[in-house]
Design a protein around this ligand. Structure first.
Ligand SMILES: [Zn+2]
Length: 292
């Protein structure tokens, strides 16, 4: 017969035996419920003692680590076990997300936070390559979702402090002129009419720019180059790259709602007129033939 000792905690070895003596799968629901109640009670007492007694805490942790290590050696590579745990974690997260988050926020302080951050940094630097792959795949699969969230966040930021957003945008533009010029400002209506999914990519735009030696496709000028729609959106053109031509700001403004053919005809007509009047001035970037 076991004697009830004055010490409320059974010796360490008892826990390990006690935890694995009967197969839980063989228990009736009532027995299982009773076992769970006892487990919770035991764990509560263990936690209390761990908080009060550092030596006990270390011994307890050593036992836990050993159990985890042995379990991993047995089951670590089993896909079915991994999936089971993954699904369980997801279900739990779906129903208790806010409590779980609150709890980890509570624990994420001081010395512990520093340790966690260091461990995370170390883990990410070891897994950089796979993380990059994962992010890429995730973005591909959830692109539309992510962009919608980004748009929503941008709107909120702008509503809070328009000046700040505009200043940031201006600074970004200065640093990324070539990229910035790839973005055509057109109203959401027009873009929708043209089909947002046909919008040319930054890569296509940069390739087109290179093809035109970063010059205006109409007059050959360098400097500020924009993306012009050969057939304007308002006249049924699309945003796909084959409807885009690099144009200097002057040509782009002058072309306005004309199609490429109409605008080129105008340029030819203008230069012919200029030759006829003997001014010798071709249509320059400013588009004004000085009478000279
Ligand atoms: Zn031009």
């Amino acid at each position: 017969m076991l004697e009830v000792s004055a010490d409320p905690y059974p010796p360490m070895a008892d826990y390990t035996v006690w935890l694995s003596d009967v197969r839980r799968a063989d228990m009736t629901p009532d027995e299982l419920e009773e076992r769970h109640r006892r487990d919770r009670e035991t764990y509560r007492r263990m936690r209390e003692r761990m908080a009060a007694d550092p030596e006990y805490r270390e011994a307890r942790l050593a036992v836990s680590r050993g159990t985890t290590r042995r379990w991993k050696a047995r089951n670590g590579d089993r896909l079915d076990v991994k999936l089971l745990r993954l699904n369980r974690d997801r279900t739990r997260w779906a129903s208790e997300a806010s409590e779980l988050k609150a709890r980890s926020r509570e624990l994420y302080v001081g010395e512990r936070a520093v340790r966690i951050r260091a461990a995370n940094r170390e883990w990410y630097s070891r897994n950089q390559e796979s993380r990059r792959e994962y992010r890429k795949a995730y973005r591909l699969e959830h692109g539309e979702e992510i962009r919608a969230k980004d748009r929503e966040r941008q709107r909120r930021k702008y509503a809070e402090d328009p000046r700040k957003v505009l200043d940031y945008y201006q600074a970004w533009r200065k640093r990324n002129l070539l990229r910035a010029r790839g973005y055509v400002r057109i109203s959401a209506n027009k873009r929708r009419a043209a089909g947002a999914d046909t919008h040319f990519t930054l890569g296509e735009w940069l390739a087109l720019l290179a093809q035109y030696d970063e010059r205006c496709g109409y007059c050959g000028a360098r400097g500020r180059i924009e993306a012009d729609h050969r057939v304007p959106l308002c006249r049924g053109g699309t945003n796909s790259i084959d409807n885009i031509l690099p144009a200097c700001i002057h040509c782009n403004r002058r072309k306005h709602r004309k199609t490429e053919a109409e605008f080129r005809a105008l340029l030819v007509e203008e230069s012919a007129r200029a030759r006829a009047t003997g001014s010798g001035t071709t249509v320059g970037p400013a588009g004004s033939a000085s009478a000279g």
